[in-house]
Design a protein around this ligand. Structure first.
Ligand code: PLP
Length: 232
C-alpha cells in the first residue's frame, strides 16, 4: 500500500480542521457545550489510504455504507489505529446482519423487525453486539431506508426490549430538496421522548442546521474527503 502524497493527506487534514471549526461555531451558536457533537468521517468509496490520512490527522470515528467495503478497509485501519470506531450507516440487507454485527462498533441503520431478529440471532452466536441506532424515515420516502414515523414508537420500544441499552440513538437522512430543519427537530423530539441520548443527523450540506436542531453526531463525507470517486 502506498500512502497518499503529502499534498493529498494535507488536504484531508485541512478539511477536517475546517469542518471541526464550523461545527464548533454552530455548537456555540446553539448555546450547546463545545464537544457535544461528534464528527463521523464518512469514507465510503474512498481508499483506505485516505482513511489512514484522516487517522494521522487525529480522526477516530468513521462511517461506511456497505459492510463489504468496510470489511476490506477497516481491519487494516484498526490494526494501525486501535482506537478507531467504525459505524455502518447504510441500508442493511438481512443476510448481511451477521457480518455487520461482527464488524461494526455502531450500526446506525436498524430499521425493521426482520433486521432486528437477524441481529439478535447473530449476536447470540457471535457473543457480540454493536451499539444500535434506529433509522427513521422522517420524510416518508418509499425508496429510503428507515422505519416509518407511524411505526417508530412501537419499533423503538421493541428494540429496547430486545437489545436493552445497546440501543442508544436515532438516525435520519432528510429528503433532498426540502428544508431539513423540520426533520432534524422531529428526530430530536422522538429521541428525547424515548430517552435516547444520540441523534445522528447532518451531512456535508446541512450539518450546521443539524447541530442547531440538536444533533449529537454529524456524518460528513464530501466536506472531508472531497467528491467521491465513481462507485465501483
Ligand atoms: C454518504 C453518506 C453521508 C455523507 O454524505 P456527504 O454529503 O458526502 O457528507 C452521510 N450519511 C449517510 C447515511 C451517507 O450514506
Amino acid at each position: 500500500m502506498v500512502p497518499l502524497e503529502g499534498t493529498a493527506a494535507a488536504a484531508i487534514a485541512e478539511r477536517l480542521a475546517k469542518v471541526q471549526a464550523s461545527m464548533d461555531q454552530a455548537t456555540l451558536e446553539a448555546h450547546r457545550p463545545l464537544g457535544s457533537v461528534k464528527l463521523l468521517a464518512v469514507s465510503k468509496f474512498h481508499p483506505v489510504e485516505s482513511v489512514l490520512a484522516a487517522c494521522e490527522a487525529g480522526q477516530r470515528l468513521f462511517g461506511e455504507n456497505r459492510v463489504q467495503e468496510a470489511a476490506t478497509k477497516f481491519p487494516l485501519v484498526k490494526e494501525r489505529w486501535p482506537e478507531v470506531r467504525l459505524h455502518i450507516i447504510g441500508a442493511l440487507q438481512t443476510n448481511k446482519a451477521r457480518q455487520a454485527a461482527a464488524l461494526a462498533d455502531v450500526l446506525e441503520s436498524l430499521d425493521r423487525p426482520a433486521l432486528a431478529s437477524a441481529l439478535e440471532k447473530a449476536s447470540d452466536s457471535l457473543g457480540r453486539l454493536p451499539i444500535l441506532y434506529v433509522q427513521v424515515n422522517t420524510g416518508a420516502e418509499p425508496q429510503k431506508a428507515g422505519i416509518a414515523l407511524e411505526e417508530a414508537d412501537r419499533f423503538i420500544d421493541d428494540c429496547k426490549k430486545r437489545f436493552g441499552n445497546h440501543v442508544q440513538g436515532l438516525m435520519a437522512i432528510p429528503p433532498q430538496g426540502q428544508d431539513p430543519a423540520m426533520h432534524f427537530r422531529l428526530l430530536t423530539e422522538l429521541a428525547t421522548h424515548h430517552d435516547l441520548p444520540v441523534r445522528s443527523m447532518g451531512m456535508s450540506g446541512d450539518y450546521g442546521a443539524a447541530i442547531r436542531a440538536g444533533s449529537t453526531e454529524v456524518r460528513v463525507g464530501t466536506a472531508i474527503f472531497g467528491p467521491r470517486p465513481l462507485q465501483l
